[in-house]
Design a protein around this ligand. Structure first.
Ligand code: B4P
Length: 190
């Protein structure tokens, strides 16, 4: 089983590169952001709860996201592997993922961290907000999301560095070139 975690600040290209990886390696895709947005669109209880956090640029609480992820993972049977896009985002989420995979006799194969300068992240997200109307892609919320990334998410990088699973990739430049670097790294652990 190929279990890829795609990691990076908001706007670093996790969703963009995930789409390409799914196609190449025939993986199931779990994007916690997409799942939460679908819940919001459907007006579910979970969606209503998530909306309050997402619109403020905050993370949805760990217990909620971990429970949600476990349900989605259970629904992915008979797959060659999974790409975890936007999960884990905190140390407790990282621990929960390891436990969930261990229960299935699996492990994280590789953690791909996309590194992009902050000024470019802001530019990309503002542009996306203008095109998609996503409620969290406005300057004030983007700044909160970047702070949350620095304080709550980036410590996970240190954790994965010590396990030898972290592969850092420059996420700026041509999308195909970035994808080429990711494929090179993934092929080594396949
Ligand atoms: P996500 O949906 O994960 O969104 P993201 O981090 O903002 O975006 P991503 O990195 O996927 O960017 P993309 O490829 O689209 O999270 C949204 C919110 O949900 C979070 O803030 C949080 O509140 C909540 N949430 C999600 N997961 C959670 C969790 N585990 N725990 C708690 N809360 C959680 O790229 C962005 C833009 O850049 C696109 O427009 C793209 O076209 C462009 N782009 C990509 N690559 C480029 C390149 N190389 N050059 C130029 N532009 C590029």
């Amino acid at each position: 089983m190929l279990n890829i975690v795609i990691f990076g600040a908001p706007g670093s290209g996790k969703g963009t590169q995930s789409e390409k990886l799914i196609e190449k390696y025939n993986l199931a895709h779990i994007s916690t952001g997409d799942v939460l947005r679908a819940e919001m669109k459907n007006g579910t209880e979970l969606g209503k709860l998530a909306e309050g956090y997402i619109s403020q640029g905050q993370l949805v609480p760990d217990d909620v996201v971990i429970g949600m992820l476990a349900n989605v993972l259970d629904s992915k049977n008979d797959v060659a592997g999974v790409i975890f896009d936007g999960f884990p985002r905190t140390i407790p989420q990282g621990e929960a993922l390891e436990a969930m995979l261990k229960k299935r006799g699996q492990d994280v194969s590789i953690v791909v961290s996309l590194e992009v300068e902050e000024s470019e992240l802001i530019e990309r997200l503002i542009k996306r907000g203008q095109q998609s109307g996503r409620s969290d892609d406005n300057l004030e919320t983007i700044k909160s999301r970047l702070d949350v990334y620095k304080n709550q998410t980036s410590p996970l990088k240190e954790h994965y560095k010590t396990t030898g699973k972290l592969m850092t990739i420059k996420g700026q430049g041509d999308i195909e070139d970035i994808f080429g670097l990711i494929v090179e790294a993934v092929d080594k652990v396949k």
